[in-house]
Write a new protein. Structure first.
Length: 465
């Protein structure tokens, strides 16, 4: 079955046809590193990590570019407010983003270019646009003439006569208020670089057009990012790149937001939940399950209750995996995922439907365990591992192996203490003192432990918080 994706520019789901057979090129707008990431930022990285994994599972060779915007108005403002160098703030937060991506199991990008490392490419693109009549210099800044590009605003489906670009402080010399800055003339105390039009610094939109061209060429398959980037960022990227002569992206894929009380999670609203704090409260693999398993185009309304539900759902999967491994030893992932899983993933990355196949297979595996059908249980685990591998959620993957939600150093101590109590319960059951046995089990349950009686005796796991 052909992979199909919702293309924002076409406003419909389209069959995916790569520019080069067997290869997929993806450019994802990455971090603007003025502050540490919240879970809304990392959601985008997770969604496109799963898309990349699915392409690779389908046999494609994927080139995945995720840029770093390490210079912009917000970073400069933070530098001024904190009395720290702009590059120190940028690098500190770039590392925080990478820590977040890594903690939640995102594969590293093929390349991760920084904007400040590509000033020559930006100058070359501006020079070409000025020569073609699509850009002009004024007071040391360079602006894109939006009226010169007739297809402007097709992605966001707006009318140019009703358009107002977001305000840019200190911008002068525009011929039309709708024109946008590609290069901003230098100001006292701000970082700047030399250009044929004077010293200054890049505009946000120019950075991505230039970096996409450098690493993926004049045409590539997929451009991704959050819904909030459609305008002005992606619209302005398209105008620059296509007016320069590039075909640019063939598909535009946008993920939805994480919201709190119905509002987009953002630092400016003060409602962000930092990844660095969340991983102290929740297992990273549970956070990945929570953020990565809803459909990428659906909003996620943040709540602790929803996180607890995700924790419980993943615990059911993980418990099955552990039981089969205890019974049968190591089980390798199957070479192929079940057809229903593949069908869901091919249909616009239908992770919720694919996850339903995972849970169905887990139930079948548990039934096989209950019937002492070791062969069937092993077969189901092989399928589950293959599916979880695509989603980046395989608890037996070296990335996650040994991870504990309460600390590995305490597991042995807790296990010894629980075993002592379970031995007392078994002794009570042996003398048919069911009241004492049930009381011990209930006490353990109240302590947050789940006790399961099986052919090899009782086993304990941590229950949902």
């Amino acid at each position: 079955m052909t992979i199909r994706l919702y293309d924002t520019s076409a406003r419909q789901i389209r069959d995916f046809t790569p520019l080069t057979a067997g290869c997929v090129s993806i450019y994802l707008c990455g971090a603007t590193v003025q502050a540490a990431p919240h879970i809304g930022h990392i959601r985008s990285g997770l969604n496109f990590d799963i898309l990349r994994r699915w392409f690779e599972h389908r046999g494609y060779d994927v080139t995945f570019i995720r840029n770093v915007t390490d210079i912009d108005d917000k970073i400069i403002a933070k530098s001024r407010d904190q009395g720290r160098p702009w590059w120190a703030i940028g690098y500190e937060n770039e590392r925080a983003f990478n820590d977040g991506y890594q903690a939640l199991g995102c594969l590293p990008p093929t390349y991760e270019p920084r904007a400040t490392g590509h000033i020559p490419e930006m100058i070359e693109m501006m020079r070409g646009l000025i020569e073609r009549g699509h850009a002009y210099e004024a007071d040391g800044s360079v602006y894109f003439d939006v009226r010169s590009y007739p297809e402007y605003l097709q992605l966001s489906n707006q009318d140019i006569d009703d358009l107002r670009q977001p305000a840019e402080e200190g911008i002068t010399g525009k011929r039309d208020p709708r024109d946008f800055a590609m290069w901003k003339a230098t100001k006292p105390g701000e970082p700047d670089w030399e250009t044929p039009w004077g010293r200054g610094r890049p505009g946000w939109h120019l950075e991505c057009s230039a970096m996409a061209h450098k690493y993926l060429g004049p045409a590539f398959d997929i451009h991704g990012g959050g819904l909030d980037l459609i305008f002005p960022h992606h619209e302005n990227e398209i105008a620059q790149a296509k007016a320069y002569g590039d075909d640019f992206a063939q598909y535009w894929v946008h993920n939805a937001w994480v919201t709190m009380s119905g509002e987009k999670m953002s630092k400016s609203l003060g409602n962000s939940v930092l990844v660095s704090e969340m991983v102290k409260q929740w297992r990273p693999i549970v956070l990945r399950y929570y953020l990565g398993t809803p459909h990428y185009r659906s909003m996620i309304e943040y709540s602790e209750e929803a996180l607890r539900e995700a924790e419980s759902a993943f615990a059911r999967i993980e418990g099955f995996v552990q039981r089969v491994v205890e019974k049968a030893g190591a089980v390798e992932p199957a070479a192929e995922v079940p057809p229903a899983f593949a069908e869901a993933m091919d249909d616009d990355l239908g992770v919720p439907q694919a996850l339903a196949v995972v849970h169905t297979t887990v139930r079948q595996g548990n039934s096989a365990l209950a019937a002492d059908d070791k062969e069937a249980a092993v077969a189901r685990l092989a399928e589950v591992r293959a599916m979880l591998g695509v989603l980046g959620l395989d608890p037996l993957d070296p990335k996650w192996a040994g991870e504990s939600d309460r600390g590995d150093d305490l597991h042995g101590v807790v296990d010894t203490l629980v075993r002592m109590v379970l031995d007392q319960r078994e002794a009570a059951r042996g003398r048919k003192d069911w009241g004492t046995a049930d009381a011990i089990r209930d006490q353990l349950n109240q302590s947050g432990l789940v006790i399961e009686d099986g052919p090899q005796g009782p086993r304990w796991t941590l229950g949902p918080r």
